[in-house]
Design a protein. Structure first.
Length: 67
């Protein structure tokens, strides 16, 4: 008879651990999504800066050739 409450307690512990594990997985996926989004933003920023640099360099070259 005393084993029944222990079994229920064990089941509750397992459910609590599973819920905790699920929450940790969800947190990891959310963190990965944030990392991916930030990476995409950084890539877009670098590409924009490079395009801007290339454009200004090309304009300088054209102006130099005209003079």
């Amino acid at each position: 008879m005393p084993r029944a409450p222990q079994k229920l307690t064990g089941q509750k512990q397992i459910k609590t651990l599973e819920a905790h594990r699920t929450e940790k997985r969800r947190s990891l996926f959310e963190a990965q999504d944030k990392i991916d989004q930030r990476r995409d933003e950084l890539i877009a920023s670098v590409e924009g800066k490079l395009r801007q640099q290339i454009t200004s360099t090309n304009l300088f070259t054209v102006r130099w050739a005209i003079c």
